[in-house]
Each structure stands twice: as structure tokens, then as C-alpha cells.
Design a protein around this ligand. Sequence first.
Ligand SMILES: NC(=O)c1ccc[n+]([C@@H]2O[C@H](COP(=O)([O-])OP(=O)(O)OC[C@H]3O[C@@H](n4cnc5c(N)ncnc54)[C@H](O)[C@@H]3O)[C@@H](O)[C@H]2O)c1
Length: 333
Amino acid sequence: MRSDRIRMGLIGCGGISRAHRDGYLALSDQVQVAATCDTQLELAEERRIELEADRAYRDYRDILDRKDIDAVDIMLPHDLHKEVTIAAAQAGKHILCEKPIASDETSAREMIEAANNAGVLLMIAYCERYGNAHQEMKRLVESGAVGDPFLLRIDHSQWVHMPAGHWINDPSKLGGGVVAGSGTHRLDLLRWFGGEVRRVAARFLHTGLTPLGGEDTAVISVEFAGGAIGEMVCTWSAQRAPWYETLMVHGSRGVVHNLDGVKISRNGGDFEGVSLSHDDPYGFREEIRHFLSCVRSGETPLTNGNEALKTLRLVNKVYEAANSECWIEVTNE
Ligand SMILES: NC(=O)c1ccc[n+]([C@@H]2O[C@H](COP(=O)([O-])OP(=O)(O)OC[C@H]3O[C@@H](n4cnc5c(N)ncnc54)[C@H](O)[C@@H]3O)[C@@H](O)[C@H]2O)c1
């Protein structure tokens, strides 16, 4: 690396790039966004101006050709993650790629292999692991504060109504519906808190309330290899509901939740508020901080390609379970 700041290129400057932009601005002592790219050039130009990058491009290969760029942040529709990640790895760029890694395991493996072969870092942006509530809840659970977890409850409720023709409405680009879109975050968190999943069952609904082509609502049951059980409820058809996400972990000695701030009850006592160690609720800034730190140190990211592959495998088993209406075994080999 040539300068003390890591030089990034942004590929895809749509909705989520605004959240990443705020992370880059907050970490400007460590990172410089050098270039931006979007097939809608006006969006690339918007991010270029905000981040004081020097060029905005329409073709991502122009970013990959630049020798002064160390790493890329890929924020594209899911069906493009593979092509651009492999090209970025071959160009020697470290890669932060939005979730999910891909929609099929073969593509995910090829992406991991390309990064390994090139000796570059691949991190998937499962930002929720880096948010302040989840970080603190994980610390509490790991420290044994609630004993052995036996029940995990997680949900996601949102109104996602994109115009007809948007890629999110097309299951072949999204990889499904709400489960492939936001559910992947929540299933990733279930794995992070509960360990590997042994089997799953799922029921999906397509209400037709939005133009979404895939399922917009899902109820999922999981059994963890360690014996605990869990449930996940998610919908992108929560009309007028505020967007909310919750997690509750019941253990043998207590319960921790984030229904209204992080609260813990130990041994049947009253719920107590827990103070959080940083002020980033959604984790976008902290995931970028982690990525930059891993690029500098060579440390493997928390949400590396193999972790993301395991979450993808679980997501795909959920689809298999919903289609078959059976309990489906999950194996990780
Ligand atoms: N972490 C989160 O909470 C979260 C939330 C929303 C989206 N995401 C993820 O971010 C990614 C992008 O989602 P989004 O909501 O920003 O979508 P979006 O449609 O708002 O933005 C995608 C952008 O990619 C551009 N694009 C498409 N093809 C391109 C190409 N070949 N080269 C360059 N640019 C191209 C489009 O013009 C568009 O501006 C997805 O992986 C999605 O799952 C994550």
C-alpha cells in the first residue's frame, strides 16, 4: 500500500452506498474513497462528490485497472457479486462485498477460491454482527451471563415496496424473496449466537401486497447442533409498521434481549439496561473499521467468505424446507 490511508473504490452507488458513505466519512483518517462506479453515472457522481473521490466511472473495470486503489466495496445486485468479486480478486484488490456472498454455493466457493489464489482478503458485509446491540449481546452470551442458551427468537419486520422492474422484485437476481434479502442477516445472527444449525423447517407466504416476486413473509424453525431451538419471523410486507428487528436469547440462567435497548435479566431478577460500547446501531461504520483493520493486519475477518458460505447454505436449506414442507437436515461438509 502506498499511503497510510487505504484507498477504496466503490462499485454500486445505490441505496446501501449511502450507509457505507457515512462509514467512510467517519473513518476518513484511515480510508480514502478514491473512485466510485455505477452504471447510473449520476449516482457514482453523487458519491464521488460527497466522498471527495477523484473519478466516477460507469464501468467497474476502470476501478480495477487503477493501480492506486487497494480495495473495493461491492454494493451490487446479488447476481453480480460473483463476477465482480472474482474480477476484483484477479486485479489484486481486497474485497468488501455486500451480503449475501452469492445465491448458490458453487459461486460462493469460486469467489472464496479466487480471493485465496490472489492472496486478497474477502469480507462479506453482514453488518448486523458489528452493530452495538448485537456486539454487546454476543459478549454477554459468550461470557456466560445468561447460562446455556436454549431458545433464540429473532425477527425482522419492514415495508419494502420497490417499483416494478427493480432487481429486488426479481427472484433470479435477489435469490428469492425476503429470506434471501433481509432474512440472510437474521439467519447469520442465529448462527453467530446459537452455533451451527442441525435442521430447519419453514413456511413462506407471498401476500402480493408489494411487487416482490419471491416470498415476502416467512416463519422458520431451527434446531441447533448444540440442542437449543430457535425461531425466526420475517416480513417485507409490514404495512405502515415501523421497521424493527429484535433478538432474544433465553439461557439456563437468564435472558437478554434488544426489544428496547439491550436488557438482561439474571437468575429471574428484574431486567437491567446494558450500556453499549459504541454508537453505531446498524454496524455499517464498524464493519468498515473491521475491514480496514483486517486489510492492515492480515487478520481473517469475522464475516469472511467461509462464514458467509455457511450462512448461504442455511438460507438455501430454508428454501428447500419451505418447498418440501419437511424438516431438512443441515450438513456442513
Ligand atoms: N446490509 C444491509 O442492511 C443492506 C441493505 C440494503 C441492501 N444491502 C445489499 O447491498 C447490495 C446492493 O443493494 P442496494 O439496496 O444498494 O441496491 P440498489 O439497487 O439501490 O443499488 C445497486 C446499484 O448497483 C448499480 N449497478 C447495477 N449493475 C451494475 C454494474 N454492472 N456496474 C456498476 N453498477 C451497477 C445500480 O445502478 C444501482 O445503483 C445488495 O447486496 C443488498 O443485499 C444491504
